[in-house]
Design a protein around this ligand. Structure first.
Ligand code: GLP
Length: 323
């Protein structure tokens, strides 16, 4: 067991012991002298369960392709169980191997995707669906055009909507009307954004227009080669909507994600790092490769064995987590 869990467990045991025994040996003690012990026990238990749940949602895989195999298998399983499943989809380099693997496996297994409904997380304001750098075009290139989807069920925010506020409200309403998302895929930005919910976004936000941070625009400029400029604004599903998903799978791969993953691990839930909000989701998994896990504290990596942080080999990754 790692130091964090040990420490929290130790504190919990001491305080629980105090709570249990104090009333017996100190009948004369006032209830106010016992109170700090109860509070201490409670807080230590909170520490303990927080540390435990942070560790249990984290899964370290050897590389991005093992994660792709796992997530692809999970998507197929969801669709097989319910052909009308509603999925929340993400974009970015992280998702590319995942969609490639999914397309391959879906074709091989002749998966029927025609009943599936999807909602994409975000889109750049000012880019049309056929602009090569739009997320609509990304989805088409990496997923939609490869399988027999019912296009009317695939939703991506419209970057050219004339009334953006109205469009965001309609996007939220449509999502709700479809019963919400069963499984939400997420990547994470270098500054901890999810979707395009930048640091400081309120946790109760719904679909809205966001001004992209300098950091995000610089990070994403790698997709806008030549003279193309990263748009300044985007439409994004809100944090509230993301957290409403019945299940969330966030994927972080490569050493550029190591710093933000270490922050996610170390920090309390904070608006400064939207990614930390996932610690409050009862069914969120954080899937990372060895490179992204590179800056996790040693005790977290050691806990990987003893607690439920699992290190998967390529062969067992599809079967070792409950999907
Ligand atoms: C963009 C998207 C996010 C995505 C992030 C990470 O900013 N809006 O949804 O998670 O990039 O992208 P990448 O996977 O390319 O690192």
């Amino acid at each position: 067991m790692g130091k964090v869990a040990h420490f929290a467990l130790h504190r919990t045991q001491i305080c629980l012991a105090s709570v249990t025994y104090r009333p017996i040996w100190s009948k004369r003690g006032s209830s106010s002298s016992i109170l700090p012990c109860y509070i201490g026990a409670f807080l230590s238990s909170v520490d303990f369960f927080r540390a435990l749940s942070t560790l249990t949602m984290l899964h370290i895989f050897p590389d991005a392709s093992s994660i792709a195999a796992y997530v692809s298998r999970k998507l197929i399983d969801k669709i097989r169980r319910n052909r009308e499943v509603v999925l929340g989809l993400a974009t970015g380099g992280t998702m590319e191997p995942i969609y490639a693997r999914f397309v391959e496996q879906a074709r091989e297994s002749k998966l029927d995707v025609s009943g599936l409904t999807s909602f994409n997380l975000d889109e750049y304001v000012g880019l049309s669906a056929d602009h090569p750098k739009s997320y609509a075009a990304y989805m088409d290139e990496h997923l939609f055009r490869h399988l027999e989807f019912d296009r009317s069920r695939l939703h991506v925010p419209d970057g050219l909507a004339t009334d953006l506020t109205e469009h965001c409200l309609a996007y939220s309403a449509k999502l709700e009307q479809c019963g919400g998302v069963e499984l939400q895929l997420l990547g994470v930005g270098g500054n901890g954004h999810i979707g395009f919910n930048e640091p400081g976004t309120p946790f109760d936000s719904r679909c809205h227009v966001v001004q992209l941070s300098e950091r995000t625009r610089i990070d994403n400029s790698r997709f806008f080669e030549g003279n193309a400029i990263v748009p300044e604004h985007a439409i994004t599903m809100g944090l509230h909507e993301i957290m409403q998903a019945r299940e969330i799978v966030l994927v972080a791969t490569g050493e550029t994600k190591a710093e933000i993953l270490a922050q996610w691990y170390e920090r309390e839930v904070t608006e400064d790092v939207p990614f930390t909000l996932l610690k409050r989701h009862p069914r969120a998994k954080i899937l990372v490769d060895e490179a992204a896990a590179g800056l996790l504290p040693e005790h977290a990596r050691r806990s990987a064995g003893a607690l439920a942080v699992q290190v998967h080999g390529p062969a067992d990754c599809a079967s070792s987590l409950s999907i």
